[in-house]
Ligand binder design. Structure first.
Ligand code: HEM
Length: 508
């Protein structure tokens, strides 16, 4: 009985607190929240589409109550600018759930760190050390090696009889490039051999990544209603075991690198070497180094492969655009050599195709949520301290007020008007903007451009037998990152001589 009374009193206190909040502040409009759960059960699985639909009814800034946590979503360029530029600093914290809290050791990494001295220091390491043009250039051979390996396996597979009709599943090839590229760049390791077989350490790495996703997904409703957490204790043991397993693997790799550095002259360009040699200069703890390495993996792996898959789907849907890119290749690069990243600056139409893909299919359509560290006003509404703020960059990039025929895939729009996509133009924000803008933006752009250009220079892509281009499923999977709901399949027909389809392995 007494438990019942305590619970009833707690519920009453929370409901009245929420009510007072709503009366005290002029909050943005939105769907009517239910007691305790708020709008949690009204949100459709593909969140950014649901928020977009609500914005059509309530306007470009809306309140969504997820349990007792206020989430504000903005959906036009003007409000995005207020969030990411004018009130940038007050909105630069992160919301951590129990899983991200545990894995980031209370924000000791970069992605989940709140804005403050630790964040500023680690961000400086990224800007001045990890993502400099010099380092990106020195890691170029890794990217080029991986895309040529992809071309070789597409070439080997495309002539198998079943693949001439059913087509190849592009995600498999793009996923391998992204996996090998990011593990080599972060850990200096290619876990996969030339036959595509993953070694023991690589299998452990993959198991850790998928276990992390599983643990993140296992969180209960109490995640959104902090005062209910005592009733749903998180599986602390599982979190701790996962953390220990991740640290063990990362420490083993770090030790291998330390030994290798002692036995050779100077450090290599991989992030693990860079961070270990910069440890003292920037006073980085081991938790921060491990956290940063895993940030790069989680933020950099899926995003590039997802964008390239969407972009290829658009190419298969639009033979006109595909042909135009290939004509540009033939004019600039020719048919008797493999292209390189150095060719990109002479391929303006290709760059427009990449940009148009990022516009229509940003892989993180709601970016990562920001959290307010002070009361702030956006669009004339109050955003109380502690609210989460999301920019629906997917909706912003489809806003007919700033884009002509926004739903049409038309790369030429960027030949007519040059629009920046790295945070300077608030109509196009696949990487966010402001102090938390993606530090890996240029790397991501290079990787997506590289994957697309090699696939399109080497092969003509057509839909599987019996499927019309307009029948390709262009709907999205739910999730923080937006995969295509149905992996795209396509038939590849080589257009360059076969001797240009061989991988030239590069050990780095
Ligand atoms: C297609 C490629 C990519 C896209 C579209 C993308 C997009 C984004 C977005 C939208 C954010 C959140 C910005 C914000 O909170 O305002 C972000 C953050 C981040 N990204 Fe990327 N990203 C990509 C590739 C990469 C790569 C390749 C890396 C590193 C190897 C990377 C590392 C990070 C990190 C560390 C953060 C957290 C920054 C912070 O909290 O200060 N990203 N990214």
């Amino acid at each position: 009985m007494s438990w019942f009374l305590i619970a009833a009193a707690a519920i009453a206190a929370v409901v009245s607190y929420n009510l007072i909040q709503r009366l005290r502040f002029k909050l943005p409009p939105g769907p009517r929240p239910k007691p305790i759960v708020g709008n949690l059960y009204d949100i459709k699985p593909v969140r950014f589409r649901c928020y977009y639909e609500w914005a059509q009814s309530y306007g470009p800034i809306i309140s969504v109550w997820i349990g007792s946590i206020l989430n504000v979503v903005v959906s036009n360029a003007e409000l995005a600018k207020e969030v990411l530029k004018e009130h940038d600093q007050k909105l630069a914290d992160r919301h951590r759930n129990r899983s991200t809290e545990a894995f980031s050791r209370n924000g000791q990494d970069l992605i989940w760190a709140d804005y403050g001295p630790h964040y500023v220091k680690v961000r400086k390491v990224c800007t001045l050390e990890l993502f400099t043009p010099k380092r990106l250039e020195s890691l170029r051979p890794i990217r080029e090696d991986e895309v040529t390996a992809m071309v070789e396996s597409v070439f080997n597979d495309c002539n198998l009889p079943e693949n001439r009709t059913k087509g190849l599943q592009l995600r498999k090839y793009l996923g391998e490039v992204a996996f090998n590229n990011i593990t080599r760049l972060a850990f200096g390791k290619r876990f996969m051999n030339a036959e595509g077989v993953i070694d023991e350490q690589g299998l452990e790495f993959k198991a850790i990544v998928s276990n992390g996703l599983k643990l993140g997904a296992s969180l209960s409703i109490a995640e959104h209603i902090p005062w209910l957490r005592w009733m749903f204790p998180a599986d602390e043991k599982a979190f701790a075991k996962h953390g220990a397993r991740r640290d063990l693997l990362t420490r083993a790799i770090m030790e291998e690198h330390t030994l290798a550095r002692q036995n050779s002259s100077g450090a290599k360009q991989h992030f693990v070497d860079a961070l270990l040699t910069l440890k003292d200069k920037y006073d980085l703890s081991e938790d921060t180094i491990i956290g940063l390495l895993w940030d790069m993996i989680t933020a950099g792996m899926d995003t590039s492969a997802i964008t390239a898959e969407w972009a290829m789907a658009e190419m298969i849907k639009s033979p006109r655009v595909q042909q135009k890119v290939q004509e540009e290749f033939d004019r600039v690069v020719g048919l008797d050599r493999v292209l390189t990243e150095q060719d990109f600056s002479r391929l303006p139409y290709l760059q427009c195709v990449v940009k148009e893909s990022f516009r229509l299919h940003p892989p993180t359509p709601l970016m990562l949520p920001h959290r307010s560290n002070a009361d702030v006003k956006i669009g004339g509404y109050d955003i109380p301290k502690g609210s989460n703020v999301h920019v629906n960059v997917w909706a912003v990039a489809r806003d007919p007020a700033v884009w002509k025929n926004p739903l049409e895939f038309r790369p030429e729009r960027f030949l007519e008007e040059d629009v920046d996509m790295k945070g300077h133009d608030f109509r196009l924000l696949p990487f966010g903007a402001g102090r938390r803008v993606c530090p890996g933006a240029q790397l991501g752009i290079n990787l997506v451009t590289s994957m697309m250009s090699h696939l399109l220079h080497h092969f003509v892509w057509t839909p599987p037998q019996g499927i019309k281009p307009e029948e390709i499923d262009m709907s999205e999977n739910p999730g923080l990152v937006t995969y295509m709901r149905t992996p795209v399949h396509a038939v590849a027909t080589p257009r360059l001589p076969s001797d240009l389809c061989k991988r030239v392995p590069f050990d780095m």
